[in-house]
Design a protein around this ligand. Structure first.
Ligand code: UDP
Length: 315
């Protein structure tokens, strides 16, 4: 039997490129599709020349043609950091809605299993803590983050509709904050911002009073959870993330200590609708996928810091 084929939309992004590596390692052929507005082809440079790998530059909000058989489609195309989706609000809405529709159409046509990259942002600024999959969320539809949150909520809805009405095999992963090599230093997220500020001895900018919390998952753990979900029978959404919760102020202090930086930590205004708390309840992933994170923050941060340091030195 020939190798199975997976398509990854957003394949040149942080998560898409790590998934491409994992699926090739699992013996699949991988086709990455990306329009490169926030993705970076350098993330895939090591795969060019590999006969199991192919890259197509394309915007998935337009009709997608991929010749041949496809077994799996992982839909990861979307701006995903808050400053990206604030800069690209219409593209974010389009890729979550029109893009998800097109990619589901491709899955239906090819009889492929479809996995949607959803997000903890579907829970908004949560009134339930930690967040369990059966919580419906607290999202401001007209706030600045609404372009991402509502696009992903729509994406979940249309995914379930294609499953119920067209019988497409679908999976939905709700991804919580993730970090690791191949994040963009300038993507505006807390970790890359703190690291680049610390390494350049600039002030570290904590938004608000830093008492808001997040729970950070190392990328290899996340990819493993997604792979297990893809291979499972679970149709309803599954949270994948690391439940170890930390305040953003503590996180800034950890980064400063790890880098040995003399940077001052200063505060800046909190962005509108910034969630006050976030922590995944992963009991479903544990029970259904036999999954839980393995890499603790000190180990993950050290590896990520090495990556960022190399990037900065090469500039
Ligand atoms: N944050 C911060 N300083 C920065 C960037 C982000 O204090 O330079 C805060 C942000 O307000 C949020 C948290 O760090 O409370 C995580 O932000 P990020 O952009 O990484 O992702 P989010 O979890 O908000 O989607």
């Amino acid at each position: 039997m020939g190798k199975q084929t997976a398509v990854i939309t957003g394949g040149a992004g942080f998560l898409g490129s790590h998934l491409a590596d994992r699926l090739i390692k699992e013996g699949l052929k991988v086709i990455c599709i990306d329009n490169l507005i926030t993705g970076n082809i350098d993330n895939l440079a090591h795969l060019f020349g590999n006969e199991d790998f192919q890259f197509i530059k394309h915007d998935v909000t337009n009709y997608i043609h991929v010749p041949g058989e496809i077994d799996y489609i992982l839909h990861f195309a979307s701006p995903a950091s808050p400053i990206d989706y604030l800069k690209l609000p219409i593209q974010t809405l389009k890729v979550g809605s029109l893009g998800t529709h097109k990619v589901l159409g491709l899955a239906k046509e090819k009889n492929a299993r479809f996995l949607l990259a959803s997000t903890s942002e579907v829970y908004g600024d949560p009134a339930i803590h930690p967040q369990k999959e059966d919580y419906w969320g607290n999202v401001n539809p007209i706030g600045p983050r609404g372009v991402y949150d509502e696009a992903k909520r729509f994406a979940e809805a249309i995914t379930m509709a294609y499953h119920r009405y067209h019988g497409v095999e679908t999976r939905i992963v709700r991804i919580f904050n993730t970090y690791g090599p191949r994040m963009r230093l300038n993507d505006g997220r807390a970790l890359p911002a703190f690291v680049s500020q610390a390494l350049n001895n600039e002030d570290i900018t904590v938004f608000g009073d830093g008492s808001q919390t997040r729970s950070f998952c190392y990328v290899s753990d996340l990819v493993d959870g997604i792979f297990r979900l893809l291979m499972s029978d679970e149709v309803n959404p599954v949270n994948i993330g690391n439940p170890e919760e930390i305040t953003i102020m503590q996180f800034a202090e950890e980064v400063r200590k790890l880098t040995g930086s003399k940077s001052k930590i200063i505060t800046k205004p909190l962005p509108e609708d910034d969630p006050k708390v976030r922590q995944p309840d992963i009991s479903k992933a544990r029970a259904v996928l036999g999954w839980e994170p393995k890499v603790d923050r000190s180990e993950g941060l050290r590896t990520t810091l090495d990556y960022f340091q190399n990037k900065l030195n090469r500039k």
